[in-house]
Design a protein around this ligand. Structure first.
Ligand code: ATP
Length: 275
């Protein structure tokens, strides 16, 4: 069980996350949506302690993780792996070595310096890549892969930690619709098959509706919506984004259909303007 109790993060002059209280009683796939600057990344970064809370608590399975330091903090961080929009791989390093980096927390400095990995870890890395459909890319440099493939390598690296929670900060924001779907399918499968909790910041409503069990809407650091995908109506979305009646869901869509519709609408407008 993961609980946030009045979780708050203040930067000088800005309250990025404002007294957020959320309870996740069992592993679920949770989407966090909200306009740019709503506090989504800050919330995720506080969960795995990349950023320290200014107030409130994060409790996981009865353990208060908000103030952990040193080894205990590193242990917590290995339980909640994070993936990022820009993949954060080592571009010139091969794919398997990038995945093996997921074991850094439990390896000695010497082993890390000389790139010494136990055979069992190498096999596991390849099994994970295989599960994500990219084992054939294992010997290639990370920079030679497409964006969608690189994000799957980042997911593989996260899985190498065997985490209880995967935190994904806009995992598909840099991807085209097709690759976005492949990456979201992979995250959903990891939740369904492994029972890991997945918390993903998402820019697109249709993705949140399609993949998540629960959607949390943030606005100006506060939670303004917490419900099921069905409850996320256009009106609710408009409130979350602080948008007016002209708010168009298609503008926040990753689906190929919706993008085509948006492009078609834009073409009609261009054509009308040209008349
Ligand atoms: N290191 C920082 N120093 C000062 N202010 C910050 C810092 N990080 C975030 N903020 C501010 O906190 C607020 C929330 O930012 P955050 O990045 O969490 O929003 P977000 O919802 O993830 O936005 P986006 O979707 O654009 O990534 C913003 O006003 C931002 O400017």
């Amino acid at each position: 069980m993961l609980t946030f109790d009045q979780l708050t993060k203040r930067f000088r002059g800005t309250t990025a996350v404002d007294q957020v209280s959320i309870c996740c009683p069992k592993p679920a796939m949770i989407g966090i949506i909200g306009a740019s600057g709503a506090g989504k990344s800050t919330l995720l970064r506080m969960i795995n302690r990349l950023s320290d809370a200014s107030g409130g608590r994060i409790v996981f399975d009865g353990q208060d993780v908000t103030g952990l330091q040193g080894r205990a903090k590193r242990q917590w961080q290995s339980q909640c792996a994070m993936i990022f929009q820009q993949f954060n791989l080592v571009p010139r390093m091969d794919v398997v070595s990038n995945v093996l980096h997921g074991t850094l927390n439990r390896r000695s400095t010497l082993a890390t310096m000389f790139n010494l990995y136990p055979q069992a870890d190498i096999h596991r890395a390849i099994d994970i890549l295989d599960r994500l459909g990219i084992a054939a890319q294992a010997p290639k440099r990370a920079e030679a892969l497409s964006g969608g493939q690189q994000q799957r390598v980042a997911i593989a690296r996260a899985l190498m930690q065997d985490p209880r929670i995967i935190l994904a900060d806009e995992p598909i924001a840099s991807l085209d619709p097709m690759n976005a779907q492949i990456v979201m399918d992979a995250l959903r499968r990891i939740h369904d098959e492994d029972g890991r909790m997945v918390i993903a910041n998402l820019h697109t409503l249709d993705t949140a509706r399609r993949y998540c069990d629960r959607v949390i809407g943030m606005r100006q650091g506060r939670v303004v919506f917490d419900g099921t995908p069905d409850q996320l109506t256009t009106g609710v979305a408009r409130d979350i984004y602080g948008a007016d009646a002209g708010f168009s869901e298609a503008a926040t869509s990753t689906s190929i259909d919706a993008l085509d519709r948006t492009n078609a609408a834009a073409l009609v407008c261009d054509a009308k303007a040209a008349l």
